[in-house]
Design a protein around this ligand. Structure first.
Ligand code: ZN
Length: 272
């Protein structure tokens, strides 16, 4: 078994052999209480990993980006990508996410496990941007209906840098790899939604029990003084098979035009 000499030139076989040698070594996992700065994440020591018990991942993805054809309207297509991705990174940065990365048509942001309200406020802010600004602006410029979908999960993650160690000034051949459920599941949750929906795992939902995160300000009832309503609805994922939890919870609303500001600030005070 294995790749033989007559099958592949030696210099390429050698690279593969070196990786298999690393694979056969015993790995160590260092417990970290919170998301480390990227400069601290291991790259040199091949067997060293960090383990973080609880990380929240917020994934946002552009919906309908396949409808763009670059040849059709170059400038509008480029502009839409830039507005979506640029805003996602800027907003998550301003909400003090510990780690942000661009992935394909989307962006994911990581928050520490004890910051569920901050993660939620960031997600609702992006959702509000998408509905109020992004979708209408792109529609006007291109005639194309785009959208955004968002997922959030929370669980244990293993991290290290994988790829080539930095050489010359290049860093494009390595990246942090967050192995574990949250990044995967948040992306899969996002993929299950239609435009404007935020879908979260039950283990994230349970981490934010405060009524500011769960109930409406009352405006959506249309009548002053009417009782606050639960904003989230349960979604059964049992039949799906892709998820290691059930149910998920779906939020359709965005920041209220009267109370959003107050709710956003309030959520930011709730994390311990
Ligand atoms: Zn309101």
């Amino acid at each position: 078994m294995g790749i033989i000499e007559s099958q592949l030139p030696e210099r390429f076989r050698q690279e593969i052999r070196e990786q298999i040698e690393i694979y056969s070594q015993r790995r160590t996992f260092e417990e970290r209480k919170s998301i480390p700065d990227t400069t601290e994440i291991p790259i040199q020591d091949r067997t060293r990993w960090f383990r973080i018990r609880s990380i929240i991942c917020v994934c946002v993805d552009m919906l309908g980006s396949t409808r763009f054809s670059a040849s059709m309207n170059e400038s509008a297509t480029a502009g839409a990508y830039q507005l979506f991705t640029g805003t996602a990174v800027a907003v998550f940065d301003r909400f003090e996410a510990s780690y942000i990365d661009v992935k394909g048509d989307g962006v994911f942001a990581l928050f520490n496990g004890n910051q569920p309200y901050r993660a939620l406020a960031a997600a609702v802010t992006f959702k509000t941007f998408s509905k109020e600004e992004f979708v209408p602006k792109v529609k006007v410029a291109t005639g194309i209906t785009v959208g955004c979908h968002i997922g959030i999960d929370k669980k244990l993650v293993l991290v290290r840098k994988l790829g080539l160690k930095r050489y010359a000034d290049r860093s494009d051949r390595q990246n942090e790899v967050w192995a574990g459920k949250p990044v995967n599941m948040a992306a899969k949750l996002a993929a299950k939604t239609v435009d404007g929906e935020l879908l979260v795992s039950d283990r994230f939902y349970e981490a934010m029990p405060d009524e500011y995160a769960r109930y409406s300000c009352g405006c959506n009832t249309g009548q002053v003084g009417q009782a606050k309503t639960l904003l989230w609805s349960g979604v059964d994922l049992t039949v799906d098979g892709k998820f290691d939890f059930e149910p998920a919870y779906c939020l359709k609303s965005q920041w209220c035009s009267i109370h959003g500001n107050e709710y956003c600030e309030k959520l930011l005070t709730l994390d311990e």
